[in-house]
Design a protein around this ligand. Structure first.
Ligand code: ATP
Length: 503
């Protein structure tokens, strides 16, 4: 299919129609940007996570898993810098009060000027406050000249910021008048216990990563791994995004699959470890059927990197709504372990059992969003084509060409006719045997052509049909999703045939 003709509407409509992803809380009118994974979506998501876990945890001896609590001690988020620094910019349209993240709408030049002016203005505001605070009780001692110079600068910087913002048109009403930008913390707050006071504030984790740092000494102790080794975790994360949207691309509740790979920076060059993980991420993406022509590793400049990162590569994907982040890879150095050591007072080092040397390992972090990954996989698998089902008759078919390893249903079993008990009984028998080993579906609705179309839209690699010949000679037809070729296979060989072809 021509990629230019691929639209989000097509994929969203198929996802809803076939039960991959539904709007959340639908009977109550939904909840903006909340989505539920239906039967095939839940299975697809599970297959993606299982494949990831198998690749990065079970098939390696330098990796262990973790499944940590979502609500952690709030000190974790103080140490990690999330309470002070996990912010997005927010501006409000003066006309219609639409709120947007300006950094997502500015072009590169204006974004640079906006960011520089904003950080300079924040710094100068803090300096003015500090000067005034230091002079409390004795107004004559305020350094008036410095304060007034800073206040003039702040005004000029404010004008520059508004100038940059004026290049953005409100996506709702089209006006270009914006409020002054403010910073908005993205963490979801909650309270532990019945009293809603500040002493009981807790946060839903905004990333799974921190538990892997906090638990590092325990994990290193019980796993007895030697550096380098990694810790992997799959779980929910929550961010109070200002502008969620684009289906499951940006939501407030999502899942991450993250690895913290710990190594001794004196023994391994961090850029080599980084390069190694970039390759591992790419080969995993290939193995789950991502269209690699649409994946673009992008070096993130220092000004846009998180405070802890010395290098970040974002894997961007060509979605129908533009090229945007899919997954990320960052070198977090020893930042997190050192911060947790400082804030908790605990020893976060790893001790070499031979030399007894204590090391604070460096960390390279490959991070994968499950939901964005699933969206990119759906977009990569989606195809439309015109086929001639019978001589002289053309019809359109939509097919999800999932990699076999992650297809939600691997085999569908059909009796040729629903009203022939002997065919139905034989098909049930075959289904009951196959379902013990692979995810199978039994389908006797409509005619075989319709069942093929349905299984194509689910992305089922093989359909097995039991017909009258089966009763005579014990063979069935196996139809391949991608080539649509039908092969006659004996029931005795069916298990092995499918096993081989599903690898
Ligand atoms: P963005 O710039 O798009 O907000 P980010 O750089 O903040 O993303 P990270 O903090 O690197 O994202 O999170 C790791 C991964 O988690 C991302 O690469 C993405 O796959 C996923 N992710 C992050 N935020 C969301 C979200 N709001 N909804 C769905 N997935 C998300």
């Amino acid at each position: 299919m021509d990629k230019a003709k691929m639209t989000m509407e097509k994929v969203v409509s198929l996802a809803k129609r076939r039960g991959f992803v539904f709007p959340g809380s639908d009977i109550y009118g939904g909840l903006a940007n909340s989505w539920d994974y239906g039967p095939y979506g839940a299975q697809l998501k599970k297959n993606i996570k299982d494949h990831w876990w198998k690749t990065f945890v079970e098939s390696r001896d330098d990796m262990v898993g973790l499944d940590a609590a979502i609500i952690m001690n709030p000190k974790v988020w103080e140490a990690s810098g999330h309470i002070s620094g996990f912010n997005d910019f927010l501006v409000e349209c003066k006309e219609c009060h639409e709120r947007v993240r300006p950094d997502q709408h500015l072009d590169a030049v204006n974004q640079n000027s906006f960011m520089l002016s904003f950080s300079e203005m924040t710094f100068k505001r803090m300096e003015v406050e500090k000067l005034k605070r230091e002079a409390t009780g004795d107004p004559s001692s305020v350094n008036e000249a410095t304060v007034s110079r800073y206040e003039k600068d702040i005004q000029l910087l404010g004008a520059k910021i508004l100038g940059a913002l004026r290049t953005i048109r409100c996506p709702h009403c089209g006006k270009q008048e914006w409020s002054h930008p403010t910073l908005f913390n993205l963490m979801f707050k909650t309270f532990i216990g019945p009293a809603e006071d500040t002493a009981n504030i807790a946060y839903l984790r905004p990333e799974t990563a921190q538990a892997m740092f906090v638990d590092f000494p325990l994990i290193a102790g019980v796993s007895r791994k030697r550096l380098p080794f990694g810790v992997a975790q799959i779980g929910k994360a929550f961010r109070n995004e200002i502008t969620p949207g684009n289906f499951i691309f940006r939501t407030r509740e999502f899942e991450q699959m993250e690895i913290e790979y710990f190594f001794d920076s004196k023994k391994s060059e961090w850029n080599d470890v980084f390069g190694y993980w970039q390759g591992e991420m790419e080969s995993w993406m290939r193995s789950v059927g991502m269209d690699m022509d649409r994946v673009h590793p992008t070096e993130i400049p220092e000004t846009d990197r998180a405070h802890y990162s010395t290098r970040t590569v974002d894997f961007e994907f060509d979605y129908p709504f533009g090229r945007k982040e899919l997954f990320g890879l960052a070198c977090r150095t020893d930042y997190d372990l050192s911060r947790h050591e400082k804030f908790s007072g605990r020893d976060m080092t790893w001790q070499d059992p031979e030399t007894k040397e204590k090391i604070t390992p460096f960390v390279v972090e490959p991070t994968f969003g499950v939901d964005r990954g699933l969206l990119a996989i759906l977009l990569s698998a989606y195809d439309e084509e015109v086929i001639s089902s019978e001589p002289g008759k053309e019809e359109a078919r939509t097919v999800l060409r999932f990699a076999k390893a992650i297809a939600p249903v691997k085999v569908a079993v059909f009796p040729l006719l629903k009203n022939k008990p002997e065919l139905v009984a034989k098909a049930r028998e075959v289904f009951d045997i196959l379902k013990k080993d692979v995810v199978c579906e039994f389908d006797d609705n409509g005619n075989v052509g319709k069942r093929y179309r349905r299984q194509d839209e689910i992305g089922t690699p093989y359909c097995v049909t039991i017909d009258f010949q089966t009763l005579d000679d014990g063979t069935v037809t196996v139809r391949d999703r991608d080539t649509m070729k039908q092969t006659r296979v004996s029931l005795a060989d069916l298990g092995e045939y499918l096993w081989e072809h599903l690898q």
